[in-house]
Design a protein around this ligand. Structure first.
Ligand SMILES: *Cc1c(COP(=O)(O)O)cnc(C)c1O
Length: 239
């Protein structure tokens, strides 16, 4: 478990170096530890190493861990847990109860349901819109060109239970991170374009992009939050 603390320190150093290459403040990029499939003890080790932002992929998996992790990671200086995996509309109530933010909203339907769930709980839930930047058929996310994205942006003022904070993407998996750079760049350009419209109730401050094998390139292209699993916790065991 001390390995986890060492890994976090090493990732943070690499993040800082990438931020310096870009000429930006190393503290301007958040590190999200992606703890899907990881046991509660691994989450605790990361928390004890100072990690406060976590990502989970599945609502049901986090439901199983949440009582335990909230026990040591809540209150003052507590941790935030974001959903970063695909959200089905029948799980929006549960997701609104369990998570601090939803970083993977990919339809108006899900956003509207999340809005109602948040209002019932008396919360305002921060959300990111997930963009399928590579246009991959098998992947979740809104197409950058689609009318659905525009509909969501225009609906924002009515949806007071949710706050749109920016964009998130999982680009095509390519071993060489340099080849992923154009995808990160186009997400940033999309963000800038949307921000330039100055739409009511739409914030575009966050750009969640970059994973274990490509987070440095993502930071160079303007990421504000990298989502790192394997480089912190080691390989995942799905069995
Ligand atoms: C699993 C996952 C990650 C982390 O992936 P690693 O390659 O292990 O760093 C990041 N984002 C999402 C959406 C994921 O599902």
């Amino acid at each position: 478990m001390t390995q986890i603390a060492d890994n976090i320190a090493a990732v943070r150093e690499r993040m800082a170096a990438a931020a310096r290459r870009k000429g930006s403040d190393p503290n301007s990029v958040a590190l999200m530890a992606v703890c899907k499939t990881q046991p509660v003890d691994a989450v605790r080790a990361a928390y004890e190493a100072g990690q406060r932002l976590f990502g989970e992929n599945r609502v049901k998996e986090f439901q199983g861990k949440s009582a335990q992790v909230r026990d040591f990671a809540s209150g003052n200086g507590g941790a935030s847990f974001h959903l970063i995996g695909h959200l089905q509309s029948n799980k929006t109530n549960l997701a609104a109860e369990l998570f601090d933010a939803i970083d993977s909203v990919d339809s108006l339907h899900v956003l509207e349901r999340m809005n109602l769930a948040a209002q019932r709980l008396g919360k305002v839930i921060p959300v990111l819109l997930e963009i399928n930047i590579g246009g991959e058929a098998q992947k979740a996310g809104l197409s950058p060109e689609c009318t659905a994205l525009n509909e969501i942006l225009l609906a924002a003022p009515k949806l007071t239970g949710v706050q749109i904070r920016g964009l998130m993407t999982v680009p095509p998996y390519i071993g060489d991170p340099e080849m992923v750079r154009p995808y990160f760049r186009s997400l940033r350009e999309l963000r800038d374009k949307i921000a330039g419209r100055r739409l009511s109730a739409v914030e575009m401050d966050e750009l969640s992009m970059g994973m274990s094998h490509d987070f440095e390139v993502a930071i160079e292209e303007g990421s504000t939050c990298v989502r790192v699993g394997t480089a912190i916790f080691g390989a995942r065991n799905y069995t």
